[in-house]
Every structure is written in C-alpha cells, then in structure tokens.
Design a binder for this molecule. Structure first.
Ligand code: XUL
Ligand code: CO
Length: 475
C-alpha cells in the first residue's frame, strides 16, 4: 500500500516536473539549431522561402496573389502606397493566452524566459521574418523588445543592449515605422500614466517616453505613437477629468519639446480607442482626439494613428474614422486590423474583408498616401492557430487584402462614376447662390427671400443602391 502511494506521488511529481520544465537554452526539439553557447544558429523559419508575388491564380499559401510590391498603381508603387509594418508585440510576444486560458503558442525559438538572451534571439527571428516577407518596417513597444530591470537605469540598459542588436540587424533597408512606450502593463500604471492621480507615476511615464523616443530616433524610426491604454477612467465619482486631461496635454507638450530637442523629425501620432482596458479612454475616437488637440493648441504637432478595430469599438466604421482624420489633415498612420462582427471587443484580427479594405484604400488614396506613416499590422493569430507558418499566412493574407483594396479603389477612381454620383448629388450648390453660401456670403434674409420666390424645393434621390452597385462592381 505504502509502495503504491509512493509510486502515485512520484508519477504526480513527474507530470508536474514535465509541465513546468522550462528549457534554459534552445528547445530540445530543434536542438540542432543551437550552438554550444545556446545561441540560435541557422534559420528560425526553415522551409519558408522568401515570399514572392505569383498572381491571383496561385494556390500557394506562401505567395502573394495581389501584392506586387514594384507594380505601379495610380502613379505610385504598391509598396509605397502600402508601407507595411510588422507589429513586434503580436507577432513575437503574442502567446495566445486569454482571460480563460493559458498560452497556446510555443514558438521553437522561445525558451520560456524573459531574459536578454531571449530578447536578442527573438529580435533575430523578427528580422528573418521581415526579410522573408519582404517587409521593410516594424513597430515595437519598449517593453516588448527588452525586459524590465529592477531600476529605470537597469531597464534602460537592457533596452540599449537589444536596440544595439536591432540596429545592426536592420541594415540599411529596414526601419521602425514607429516606436512607442508600453504604459499599461506594469502595475504602477493602474490609474493611468500621464493621467495617473500619482505624480511619481506621471514622472516615471515621462522618463519612459523620453527613452522610447530616443531609441526610436536612434533606430531611424519614422513616427512615434501615443496610445492611451489606461489614460481614462473607471468612474467619474473618484476622477477629476478636467485635471487629468490638463495633465495629458502637458505631458504631450513636453513630448513635443523633447522631440525637438533631440532632433527627432518623425511624426507624433495619437491612436484613438474608446475603451479596453479602461471603461472610458480619453482619446475615444478621431473626432474626440481632434477636439482635445484643438483645445490644447497641439494641432500641427500631432497626427492620428487610426486603428480599424478601435474605430468599430467606438461605434464607427474604420472608413468613418479615416475620413474624419483625413478631412482634418490628421491621417498619419493606420493600424491595420479588424474586429469580429459577433464579438464586442478588440480582437485585433488581420483584415480579410475586401470591401472594408477597398473603403480604407479610398481614404488613403484621397490622402495622397500615408508616408511617413504606413500600415502597421496590429493584428494577431487566433488562439487556435499555432503553426509557425500561420504567422506568414496571416501577414500574407492581410497584405493581399489591402493590396486588393488598393487595386479596387484605383478601379473606382479611374472609372469615376462614384465620384460623379457624389458630384451630382451636391450640384445644386454649384450655382451662384451655392457659391455665395459656401463663401459665407448668404445671410438668412437673402435665403428667406429665395424660398418665397421658389416655393417648396425639389429633393432628389440619394441613389444609395446605385452607389452600392458601383462599389460592388469594383470588388
Ligand atoms: C492596443 C493597441 C496598441 C497600440 C500601441 O489596442 O492598439 O497595441 O497600437 O500601443
Ligand atoms: Co494599435
């Protein structure tokens, strides 16, 4: 009996040990890829070729069907319209964990630690990924790429070590589309960062942004993003909203001053999102953020990074928020992703809807492109997608969707009938009186006189179904 109990305990122990065994160096299943010092040797993605354009009839999942980087559309190469970027945090730090379940992704190069060696190995995987995909840009948060230390000094020196390697691996072609500081994961940021009720936290966030701007600049980054992850509130009962917004404005003013001081010429971008993680985030949507910038005299210093899934969370379409940003001269970058129509949160999926992509590209073309911004794939694999190859397939699919959107939008613009429908709809303003109204020269008395003269106006059809028919015919 005692023997049986011992055996049972031993076997439980063995199971426990196996479940918790964290390899210290390269994982055993790909042991041949590890050198003696535990450094990764050879390819991270063996068997995955450099991804090429094969055209729409290709059935090869590891080929582009619509994205042909060098092809010219409306006078610009596809790669210059699209300026794709890989998001380090999803592609190299996403584990598949959700509030109900453990991580599902165990990439072969991960050793289960958050060490500097691991951070460097991941960085090498990132650059092999970018090179194989043929993408020249990447985006990162400071804390995705290097681990926290015990002090700010130690944290900064960890970051410097990994950034030095990234700089070397970038060569002269690859650059960050943007960098940012992660101001939401650490418990110190539980009340916010720039809008925290604690002065010490405000100061810490400032120090973190200072360093993140420096490394983005050092790496040749073209933009710097502020996403207000916890800049918001859970209840107004304990919140001085006016004071928090004033603090946020002061923080951003200081960021502008520091950018100028270090000679960083990249665009500063604010990324609106209505909620998640806070109940209410201050940068709710493009219009709210625009008003904030206007109130605090920050217009001209910032543009917007519109994320499609954030736009839909705020009750708009992505197209709506893009157009709101564009017509105000603020469309700077797009975090290219999409939500799920049946799920009410930020699922960060790769965009696969051709119609949505076509509307997105209509805005981008009207904007004359996004440069120095671009399309950052702030998107992740589903929890259930666990093959390394899925990382490539997801990006290829997202890139092809937007490339197809670009081709369709160009078709619509070249065809001109949608623009003509819109022009005709407002043609009553293309008259002498219309001109006076639009020039602010028509007062109410003058308009009243016209109504007396004309009687009831004739109101034309909006032709919505026709507009939809024209749109659909381009897809
Ligand atoms: C979160 C989100 C962030 C920002 C960068 O929803 O979109 O990843 O893009 O902090
Ligand atoms: Co984003």
């Amino acid at each position: 009996m005692a023997g049986r109990i011992l055996l049972l305990l031993l076997s439980v122990n063995v199971v426990f040990f196996i479940a918790n065994a964290v390899p210290e160096t390269c994982p055993a299943d790909l042991g041949e890829k590890c050198g003696e010092d535990g450094e990764w040797e050879g390819e991270f993605f063996p068997g995955i070729p450099k991804i090429k354009y094969e055209g729409p009839s290709s059935k090869n999942p590891l080929a582009y069907k619509w994205y042909n980087a060098e092809e010219v559309i409306l006078g610009k190469k596809m790669k210059d319209w699209l300026r794709f970027s890989v998001a380090f945090w999803h592609t190299f730090r996403g584990t598949g964990a959700d509030p109900f379940g453990a991580p599902t992704k165990y990439w072969p190069w991960e050793d289960g630690t958050n060490s500097i060696d691991m951070a460097k190995r991941r960085m090498r995987a990132n650059f092999e990924f970018l090179n194989k995909l043929g993408v020249d840009r990447w985006c990162f948060h400071d804390r995705d790429i290097a681990p926290d230390g015990k002090t700010l000094q130690e944290t900064n020196s960890n970051l410097d070590e990994v950034v030095a390697l990234a700089k070397e691996l970038q060569g002269d072609k690859i650059r960050p589309l943007w960098g940012t500081a992660q101001l939401f994961l650490h418990p110190r940021y539980m009340h916010g960062a720039a809008t925290s009720s604690e002065l010490g936290v405000y100061a810490f966030a400032a120090a973190q942004v200072k360093k993140a701007m420096e490394v983005t600049h050092y790496l040749g980054g073209e933009n710097y993003v502020f996403w207000g992850g916890r800049e918001g509130y859970q209840t107004l009962l304990n919140t001085d909203m006016e004071r928090e917004l004033d603090h946020l404005a002061k923080f951003l003013e200081a960021a502008v001053a520091y950018k100028k001081k270090i000679g960083f010429n990249g665009t500063l971008l604010i990324e609106p999102k209505p909620q998640e993680p806070t109940k209410h985030q201050y940068d709710w949507d493009a219009a709210t953020t625009l008003n904030f910038l206007r109130k605090y005299g920050l217009l001209g210093e910032f543009k917007l990074n519109i994320e499609c899934n954030h736009a839909t969370l705020s009750g708009h379409s992505c197209h709506h928020d893009l157009e709101t940003a564009r017509i105000n001269g603020l469309l700077g970058n797009i975090d290219a992703n999409t939500g799920d129509p049946q799920v009410g949160w930020d699922t960060d999926q790769f965009m696969t809807d051709i119609g949505e992509a076509t509307m997105v590209m209509l805005s981008v073309i009207k904007n004359g492109g996004l440069a120095p911004g671009g399309f950052n794939f702030d998107a992740k694999l589903r929890r259930e997608s666990t093959d390394v190859e899925d990382l490539f397939i997801a990006h290829i699919s997202g890139m092809d969707t937007l490339a197809r959107g670009l081709r369709n939008a160009a078709k619509l613009i070249e065809d001109g009938s949608l623009a003509e429908l819109v022009r005709k709809r407002y043609s009553s303003f293309d008259t002498e009186l219309g001109g006076q109204i639009e020039a602010g020269k028509a007062d109410f008395e003058m308009l009243e006189k016209k109504v007396m003269e004309w009687g009831e106006p004739k109101v034309a059809s909006a032709k919505q179904e026709l507009a939809e028919m024209i749109f659909q015919s381009a897809l």
